[in-house]
Design a protein. Structure first.
Length: 280
């Protein structure tokens, strides 16, 4: 016969109404009542809501990932790159928020910090339904910016550039041999630009532009394939429309090597060497 002993050393009478006794003499309940359907639904809603709230806080106040959909910043940023943008570098404005709050009528910037010449930034283009654009800051408030024969001039002085090489690049649907140059701004920031069509194409002769107060002049590094401040479609960018500073690549994929349904090709389409590169 199997005998169960209580902690007091007495034989358990087997009374089903008697409470269970724990090792330290505490009473153990028979278990919580099962959750109702509504309680389970509410528990899921709370979990999902908390996850969404944490994500929104992170996106608004810290970092937000952006995908590069066009080649306007080649050769430094490629189509299929995913960049991490720091939201607090220049302070917080309506551009830091999420839609539809980005459309509110406000020009306030909290914790306003200066934008540096040469920074690569994401901004809201009010001339294009508030879409996100990514360009390089070329002109500061009060600057006089002009391009003459493909050369960049700031305040009447040519920005020096050195020839790097001729590269075969994708540009407007074909693959020309494009000249790449290293351009160095007055504050010492240096980067590579490319000219798909040489120095006498489209916006290679534009301006002069006098940048208003609290505005910036943006240009793409792919000078012959960039819709930027040289056009009326973008023009001068107000400081309160700047989302943040592009800092690092977190992922990069070459969409030409794999379609979305070709899962077996995905590993070969990833540009592993670009992951975690700094945006320069």
């Amino acid at each position: 016969m199997k005998i169960n002993f209580s902690p007091a050393g007495k034989e358990n009478s087997g009374d089903k109404t008697a409470p269970n006794i724990g090792m330290e003499g505490e009473t153990i309940s028979g278990g919580d009542a099962p959750m109702t359907l509504m309680e389970e639904v509410w528990d899921v809603v709370k979990t999902v809501g908390l996850a969404v709230l944490i994500t929104l806080i992170f996106r608004i106040f810290f970092y937000q990932p952006f995908n590069i959909p066009t080649g306007s910043m080649q050769p430094n940023l490629l189509v299929g790159d995913f960049v991490l943008v720091s939201k607090g570098t220049y302070g917080y404005s309506k551009a830091s928020l999420i839609w539809p709050l980005t459309r509110i009528n406000s020009q306030t910037i909290i914790f306003d910090k200066p934008v540096e010449r040469g920074d690569v930034v994401v901004f809201k283009n009010s001339h294009d339904q508030n879409k996100d654009y990514i360009k390089r800051v070329i002109g500061m408030p009060g600057d006089r910016v002009q391009t003459i024969g493909g050369l960049l001039y700031i305040n009447g002085k040519q920005v020096p550039r050195e020839f790097v090489s001729n590269e075969t690049v994708a540009c407007r649907g074909y693959n020309p041999k494009a000249a790449t140059w290293r351009e160095t701004l007055p504050n010492g920031v240096s980067y590579i630009i490319q000219e798909c069509q040489g120095n006498e194409y489209g916006l290679d002769n534009a301006g002069p532009f006098l940048v208003p107060a609290d505005h910036y002049f943006m240009m793409g590094d792919n000078r012959d394939n960039s819709q930027d401040s040289r056009t009326e479609y973008v023009h001068y960018v107000p400081d309160y429309q700047i989302v943040g500073k592009a800092q690092n690549l977190v992922f990069s994929v070459d969409g030409k090597k794999s379609h979305i349904w070709e899962i077996w090709k995905w590993p070969g389409a990833i540009r592993y060497s670009r992951i975690f590169d700094r945006v320069e």
